[in-house]
Design a protein around this ligand. Structure first.
Ligand SMILES: Nc1ncnc2c1ncn2[C@@H]1O[C@H](COP(=O)(O)OP(=O)(O)OP(=O)(O)O)[C@@H](O)[C@H]1O
Ligand SMILES: [Mg+2]
Length: 279
């Protein structure tokens, strides 16, 4: 493929007078794993949604798999069927079995036979470690299992690009690992992926590139290890410090100007917990 899988050019999106994307230029190439990080409200979800035209950009261009999807004449459904999207909420059909969830679009959109669709579905269920749950209904599965079903459903459409919007944010902490493992395997198999995530360890390990967004702009981007471990801009530094050290408050939040004396802290704690302090 000689063209980028995704290319946006001066992409802008406003809701009313609020400009949420303020001119985004980016390219994602085949096989690349790009993680998008940034504060809440910075426009990460809107960017993903504009890329596959779930939102119509206000101006600018989006090319997807070599097709300029912002052209009004484009048959967006023909392009979108090659793009898998996984959301924070799994969006499974609750009254259908796992297998039916995976075969429905294959039959209706790709025109596969039921037998063929089931074969593909079972293969993808095996890939996410759920081959024995094909007859379960989503509400009989854990959140992590449901998210893996959602990934298997997207994979069953043979996507050329996978977009993930905080796929693990709604999961209990102990279920996050299985979903990230599936995504890591997918990346290693060469899938082109754009992942909005707060999982910095995942972004550092699996991401080829990290994009840091703030207030509708790409403020910083580069190799994952560099952006996460040695950010250059003050905004990225502040954000990453907050994410990587969530329990640490800075002086202004504590309402004092002097750093805490750790010894004082310990003495205060000992005084209020006499039974737990070794004498
Ligand atoms: N449909 C909409 N109508 C009006 N405003 C919207 C709409 N969708 C998003 N916004 C606004 O656009 C801004 C960016 O939202 P977006 O969901 O893209 O942020 P985000 O970076 O994904 O945040 P989070 O990390 O919380 O998911 C926010 O201020 C949000 O309120
Ligand atoms: Mg979001």
């Amino acid at each position: 493929m000689s063209y980028p899988v995704v290319r946006t050019t001066n992409l802008r999106k406003s809701f009313g007078s609020h400009e949420v994307l303020c001119g985004i230029d980016l390219e994602i190439h085949q096989g690349e794993v790009v993680c998008v990080i940034g504060p809440s409200g910075s426009g990460k979800s809107t960017l993903l949604r504009c890329i596959n035209q779930l939102e119509t950009p206000t101006s600018g261009q989006v090319e997807l798999l070599g097709v300029t999807v912002t052209d009004p004449d484009v048959d967006i459904d023909r392009v979108r069927r090659h793009v898998g999207m996984v959301f924070q909420s799994f969006n499974l059909f609750t009254h259908k079995t796992v297998l039916q969830n995976l075969t429905l679009a294959q039959i209706q959109v790709l025109g596969r036979s039921k037998a063929e669709a089931e074969k593909v579905a079972l293969m993808n269920l095996a890939q996410v470690g759920l081959q024995d749950r094909s007859e379960a209904r989503p509400d009989q599965l854990s959140g992590g299992q449901q998210q893996r079903v959602a990934i298997a459903r997207a994979l069953s459409m043979d996507p050329q690009l996978m977009l993930f919007d905080e796929p693990t944010s709604s999961l209990d902490p102990e279920l996050v690992g299985d979903v990230l493992t599936v995504m890591r395997d997918l990346a290693q198999a060469g899938m082109t992926m754009m992942v909005v995530t707060h999982e910095m360890a995942f972004a550092r390990e699996v991401g080829d590139r990290v994009i840091f967004m703030d207030q509708g702009l790409v403020v910083e981007q580069g190799p994952a290890a560099q952006v996460i471990s040695a950010p250059e801009t003050a905004r990225a530094k502040t954000f990453l410090h907050r994410v990587l050290h969530p329990t640490e408050m800075d002086d202004s939040e504590l309402g004092q100007t002097e750093p805490l004396d750790p010894k004082l802290d310990h003495d205060e704690w000992s005084a209020s917990h006499p039974d737990q302090t070794s004498k």
